[in-house]
Ligand binder design. Sequence first.
Ligand SMILES: [Zn+2]
Length: 234
Amino acid sequence: MGGGTLPRPGEVSLAHHGVLFLDELPEFRRDVLEALRQPIEEGRITVTRAHGAVAFPARCMLVAAMNPCPCGHRGDACRACVCSPAQRTRYLRRLSGPLIDRVDLHVEVPRVSGADLTAQALGEASSEVRARVVLARGLQAARGAGFGTEGLTNATMPHARIRHGWGLGEEPRRFLHHAIDRLSLSPRGYERVVRVARTIADLEGAGEIGVPHIAEALAYRTLDRSEEPGGEGG
Ligand SMILES: [Zn+2]
């Protein structure tokens, strides 16, 4: 996170405008995990020392990996999980609700099958994906034009611009309203779902956010639906 007698930037600042990848996320110290909340929200980190505070830039894309349980086999079709419910809950509780709330996409990655590993067919080329991303970012930059928010992406667009500029149609709004109640989404979680839905729509070249875009964005919040409450840590 940065620090020292003469404050120096830490990993989160060295990853500014890049990717910060944390493997085995629940193994990190709780205070370190909670300190990630500020850079995720504000794109900077404040290092406080006895003689004052220093802020370092820290706008990175946070990518983290974790096991589904301490033994790593929960949900695996080939091997049985040997963890007790209490062990699993304790493991997942190392991540606080407020931290999980700030992560846009939660994706479960199943074991790669032998058939997939030995398959001859190639997946979509990175260059094709890149072209789609460049197009979507162009749409986002254009949407900000004239509002003093040029060059911003859906993730960094100011809150007010989303509230007033990204009007949701009647049907998507009703759908989202029910989802918020059913999943007990926080206001922050709600806003993140809208931002992600906007990006999904942009990747499709869709002008308006539709119900399928919101449904897909909600599907990326699996940790909100896990049985363990992360608590109010930090
Ligand atoms: Zn297990």
